[in-house]
Design a protein around this ligand. Sequence first.
Ligand code: ZN
Length: 151
Amino acid sequence: MSDKVNELKVQNLTKLYTLVLLKSKNAVTGYFILKKLSDDLGKTSSPTYVYQFLKNLEKEGYIEKVENKDSKRSKGYSLTPSGAAFIDRIFSRFDNLIDVAIQSKLKICASCGVKLYTDYHIETIHGKEMNFCCVHCAGAYKTGHDENHKH
Ligand SMILES: [Zn+2]
């Protein structure tokens, strides 16, 4: 059986962010993950859910417990080489999704390249609808455009 078929599913932000955190530090505890989910994303996640995901990752051999010499409590989990490869596979998949989401939603100013979210300026130039952050950028674009394309 191919291990691709049985690959652990990362279908939500809680799991994805858990992977981000595992990649960002040497040892990560469930408590740290829950705190970061809450601090960084404003997400209150079920500890059971996060710990279960960590257990599954450990079962797959993607992470391993880091023992703490000074205390009975473990320092948390650290990534194994196969876990790092797993995360790279997941991230490259999400990269594509993020690219698609950005391309479909995000517009940029045709003049200065700034990202446009709402209330941007649309102007039709040479029959083509173009997006600008402001009228000044539209003006600058038209001036530059006409100078570059003088016949
Ligand atoms: Zn602009």
